[in-house]
Design a binder for this molecule. Structure first.
Ligand SMILES: Cc1ncc(COP(=O)(O)O)c(C=O)c1O
Length: 353
């Protein structure tokens, strides 16, 4: 940037990322994994910024995981390799796009359905061996995926039988938002055991399993202890949100929404950022840097904030920052992120839709 812009110069509401904290998270995860055989293929949904994906690769990630076809397209067209779509793709048009992308860039996609597998093979035609596939195994999340064991084996055989390239397995046990402790340990271990048993079953049937991909920010410390798991898909670790912190205390939250005080009365202030700028899906945000201001409610375009400490000095026109409490939903409300270092805007990042 050619001229100095401070946080205070920004129009509001604006999504800010603290770059020092982000880099701390990036390097902490990279250092944890640097002497391990397990790799990191971080989930793009945790930031949706191409420049951050590149930083993750530079820090040692083997590729990027994503959930949407358009994210895989954006990543590959920016030169990022080894993209895993850790999600199901279905429907003729989407499969056509997927096939084109796979042939061009070798992306890997998750499947959990024999009909989709044969649709993929039909659309790919004589290029079907260029379509890389992992079988999605449901190890307890109750979302996509086939049950572990025989169903996973059957799916692997179907993939091989149709001539697509079977690469391995993936599984996500992501709803376990528990602090690390015996209960979480037991649940994650039994999920991983089901995944590993499926791997063994498939390999015993003569089908090589090259990739076993699993583990998010809240459970990777347990997942990485399984040598049969080849890679972790953690994504939220990079930017975090205030809701996630108790479940993954090694990483610091980096995102705030900057807002301007537009109204004030004796007991409250109102700022210009409501649910159209910051998600309240996982609880109300808190105000950065002071316990004297407490968010009471979010309306569409307003946050109503109680002044709970009379010592707090704040006037109309002043700016405050609110911690993002739900990263994913807030990203979908914003189109850019301002990179901040010591109060200055040093970079502006586009958020991929
Ligand atoms: C399939 C899959 N893998 C990995 C992740 C990343 O998990 P986390 O955000 O906890 O790092 C998610 C997040 O929802 C996911 O759906």
């Amino acid at each position: 940037m050619d001229h100095r812009i401070t946080v205070n110069d920004l129009e509001t509401p604006a999504l800010l990322v603290d770059l020092d904290s982000m880099e701390g998270n990036l390097l902490r995860m990279a250092a944890f994994l640097s002497h391990k055989s397990i790799k990191l293929r971080p989930h793009f949904k945790g930031h949706q910024v191409i420049a951050f994906a590149s930083k993750q690769i530079q820090a040692g990630a083997i590729g990027i995981t994503c959930a949407r076809l358009q994210h895989a397209e954006a990543l590959t067209s920016s030169g990022i390799k080894n993209v895993l779509i850790a999600n199901e793709v279905a429907g003729e048009k989407a499969i056509q796009r997927l096939v084109e992308l796979s042939v061009r860039n070798g992306v890997i996609v998750a499947v959990d359905n024999a009909t989709v597998v044969s649709d993929m093979a039909r659309v790919a035609g004589n290029r079907r061996d260029q379509l890389n596939v992992v079988a999605d195994v449901d190890v307890g999340l109750g979302r996509c995926g086939v049950p572990p064991g025989e169903a996973a084996l059957l799916l692997a055989k179907t993939v091989v039988g149709t001539g697509l390239r079977f690469r391995g397995l993936m599984a996500h046990r992501g709803n376990l938002r528990l602090p690390y402790g015996p209960e979480k340990h037991q649940l994650v271990c039994s999920a991983m055991q089901a995944l590993i048993d499926s791997r063994e079953l498939i390999e015993c049937a003569g089908i090589p399993v090259e990739i076993v991909s699993s583990g998010g920010t809240s459970d990777w410390l347990i997942v990485e202890q399984f040598p049969e798991v080849t890679e972790i898909q953690a994504g939220s670790y990079l930017l975090m949100d205030s809701w996630y912190v108790p479940f993954a205390q090694d990483f610091r939250p980096c995102l705030t929404v900057l807002a301007t005080v537009i109204s004030k009365s004796s007991e409250r202030i109102v700022v210009d950022a409501g649910v159209k700028a910051i998600s309240a899906q996982k609880g109300l945000p808190s105000v950065k840097g002071t316990a004297g201001l407490k968010v009471k409610a979010l309306h569409a375009e307003h946050a109503i904030i109680d002044v709970v400490d009379s010592e707090v000095r704040i006037e109309v026109g002043n700016k405050i920052e609110m911690w993002v409490s739900h990263l994913d939903a807030t990203l979908s409300l914003q189109s850019r992120m301002y990179g901040i270092r010591r109060g200055e805007v040093v970079e502006v990042f586009q958020i991929e839709r």
